[in-house]
Write a protein that binds this ligand. Sequence first.
Ligand SMILES: Nc1ncnc2c1ncn2[C@@H]1O[C@H](COP(=O)(O)OP(=O)(O)OP(=O)(O)O)[C@@H](O)[C@H]1O
Ligand SMILES: O=C(O)c1ccc[n+]([C@@H]2O[C@H](COP(=O)([O-])O)[C@@H](O)[C@H]2O)c1
Length: 195
Amino acid sequence: MEKRKKVGLLGGNFNPIHHAHLMIADQVAQRLNLDTVLLMPENIPPHVDVKETIEAVHRVKMLELAIKDNPRLGLELCEIERGGKSYTYDTLSALTKLHPECDFYFIIGSDMVDYLPKWYKIDELIHLVTFVAIKRSETINPTSYPVKWIDVPILPISSTQIRELFAADITPTYLLPKAVIDYIKIQKLYQKEHD
Ligand SMILES: Nc1ncnc2c1ncn2[C@@H]1O[C@H](COP(=O)(O)OP(=O)(O)OP(=O)(O)O)[C@@H](O)[C@H]1O
Ligand SMILES: O=C(O)c1ccc[n+]([C@@H]2O[C@H](COP(=O)([O-])O)[C@@H](O)[C@H]2O)c1
């Protein structure tokens, strides 16, 4: 019988991708012995009405630049291709049908663990994936959902903080890959709007 494939998914807005995303994807791949971890940009976030975001084409380009030297990492673009709001239940229903040979591990930060009770069809989704949780700070809240906590270094980096630095004309050197910083500058993303 063929060996089942273990596939990690790190879903996110990636506006922009940063070094904490890359570190957790790589660490989970190694620690859980996954065949790959796919970074999966959402199209429209399911859980917020308005989120300051940028066109998918830019977020995808930055992801491509960020993962190009790491053979453990890949991209899953089905949410962008599907369009509309990116409910994880819809995505995993499709992916598990398309790839019955794969076991999926969905990686989330501790902020998203707190939010799990509000996820669309969460009681069904927990049967389609194993949730892998990563601390964003020392303190975490208990959850009644089945999540597998993985102890990786805490890197308190956020895309919000990076967007704010660019808007203040400060280069967030070392918080995200240099190729992504160069892309942001060339494309003039995250600049402060002047009146
Ligand atoms: N520093 C971090 N440590 C652990 N998990 C993280 C970290 N940053 C993001 N994540 C997790 O990665 C996934 C995608 O995150 P997302 O793209 O929303 O980045 P973000 O930095 O939280 O963005 P924003 O600041 O715009 O909300 C989420 O599950 C989030 O919890
Ligand atoms: O399906 C849901 O209801 C749901 C609610 C909140 C978040 N998610 C997913 O969790 C991942 C992280 O979310 P975000 O927007 O904080 O980057 C991303 O893939 C989202 O689509 C999914």
